[in-house]
Design a protein around this ligand. Sequence first.
Ligand SMILES: [Zn+2]
Ligand SMILES: [Zn+2]
Length: 349
Amino acid sequence: MRALRLLAWKSEPELVEVDEPTPGPGQVVIRVGAAGACHSDLHLMHDFEAGAVPWNPPFTLGHENAGWVHALGSGVTGLEVGQPVAVYGPWGCGTCARCQLGIDTYCENPAGAPVPGGGGGLGLDGGMAEYLLVPAARHVVPLPEGLDPVQAAPLTDAGLTPYHAVRRSWGKLPPGSTALVIGVGGLGHVGVQILKATTAARVIAVDTKDEALALAREYGADLTLRSGEQAVAEIRAATPGGRGADVVLDFVGVDATLRMGAASARTVGDLTIVGIGGGTLPVSYFSVPYEVSIQTTYWGSRPELVEVLDLGARGLVRPKTTTFGLDEAVDVYRRLQAGEVAGRAVIVP
Ligand SMILES: [Zn+2]
Ligand SMILES: [Zn+2]
C-alpha cells in the first residue's frame, strides 16, 4: 500500500510503498477514510531533531484519523468489519491511573506504551496510508449516526484539542463572560464553534488575516479583531467595564500572542496555551492580572472525543475541511507551511 512517511528528521515526507498491516491479538486495522494534515506535523518535519522526543523516524504521518474497521485481531469484541470509526490518537499504556481515565495523553507509564509519549503518526505509523494498525481496540471509537470519516477525522485532534481546552475552563465561562480566541486556523476556528456550542460566553476572535477573521464570523464569533498593538485596548473595550477576557485560548503561542493574551485577561481568568509556537511569557507578581491561571494543554481524553463526536454528528461543531488525495499530501504540507490552507486539510487515501 502507499504511505506518506517521514524518513528522517529535518526532511519532507515521501510517498512510498509499504506492506499492509495485519492485526495482532487485541489490535484493529482501519481502512483509512480520512487523515487530517496537522500544523504540528510541520514541526516534526522541520524543527525536531534526535532527542527532542523519545521516538524517531521512519514512520507514516497522520495522527488525526477516521475510517472503517477492516480487520480485527484475535480477542477483539464489540466492533464489526465495515463499521465507521474514529481513532483516539494518543496511545498510552492502558493500565496506569491516567490511561484508566482515558487520559492517554498524560500516561504515567510511557515505557509500557506502544511508543513512549506518542501514537500513530507520532513515532508509530499513522493514517496517511490506505490502512492503519491501531495497537489496542480501546482507541477505536464508533462514529455516531450522521458523521462520516471525512468529517470525523479532524474532530479527533483539531476538534478534540480545543474541546479539551474549552471544557477545562467551562466553570469560568458563565453567561456574561468573554472568551478570547487568538489564532483562527485549523484549531482556532473549531475552538470558536465549541465555545458557541457549549457555553454562553461572548466570543472574541483575533488573527492577523482577514480570511481567518471571516471564518471566525462564519462560525459565530461575536467580534473579530486584527491582532496588533491596538488589539489589547480593543479587546478590553469590548468587555463590560473593560475588565478583559475571562478565558483566553492562545492557538498560536508565540511571544506576541502570549503577551496580548496576558494583557487581555480578566482577574481570576484562565490563559491557556494551546499553540506550540514556542514563545515565552515572563511571569511575575506584576506581569499578569491577579489570579490568572496560565496553563498548557495537550490534545484531549478519550471520553472527550466521544463528546466532541456527538457535537459533530449533531452539526454543532463542523471543522471546515478541504480534501486532497494522498499523492497531493507533500504539497499540502507546503501550502500549510505557507499559510495558504483555510480550515483543515484532510487527506483521503
Ligand atoms: Zn495535531
Ligand atoms: Zn498509561
